[in-house]
Write a protein of this length. Structure first.
Length: 151
């Protein structure tokens, strides 16, 4: 994943909303998603992304995609490998930091079999990870070692 500084790019939005590239681009064309094109790539500030994912026309679709990850996992009874689905609620943590950690690690790590969704609209960030059990556990352990929680 390229370094985009304090901006998100379309690939980030695809990863944590679960929406398709075409859907994101339709939201840009309709004006629901505001951004700036820099060197041929759309860039979005955290504030623009927050507005977008909270928009009443967008939020139901994102929630349906998030819930679909869990629902599809529960319905699939013919798994060939050990898989898991984890819902991780992360209170009191900067939402951008959480989203960037999972986006960057999934994109740049050895995680080939993880589906990811992120919901940072509510007060508590929610991350859903679905896929190869070893990879999901490894990613959660990486997160916990980088951001230890105080219980």
């Amino acid at each position: 994943m390229q370094d985009t500084g304090k901006y998100y790019v379309i690939n980030h939005l695809l990863m944590f909303t679960g929406l398709s590239d075409r859907t994101i681009r339709n939201y840009i064309a309709s004006g629901i998603l505001q951004g700036e094109k820099i060197n041929g790539l759309w860039h979005f500030t955290p504030e623009q992304v927050e507005e977008f994912v909270s928009h009443p026309a967008v939020r139901p679709g994102i929630l349906a995609k998030n819930n679909g990850l869990v629902y599809d996992f529960l319905l699939d009874h013919k798994k060939l490998k050990q898989e898991m689905c984890v819902i991780l609620d992360i209170p009191y943590m900067d939402k951008k930091t959480v989203a960037e950690f999972f986006c960057n690690n999934i994109n740049n790590g050895d995680y080939n079999n993880i589906k990811f969704s992120f919901d940072g609209v509510m007060e508590t960030s929610r991350v859903i990870l679905k896929g190869n059990a070893v990879e999901v556990l490894q990613l959660i352990n990486e997160y916990n070692s980088k951001f230890p929680t105080s219980n």
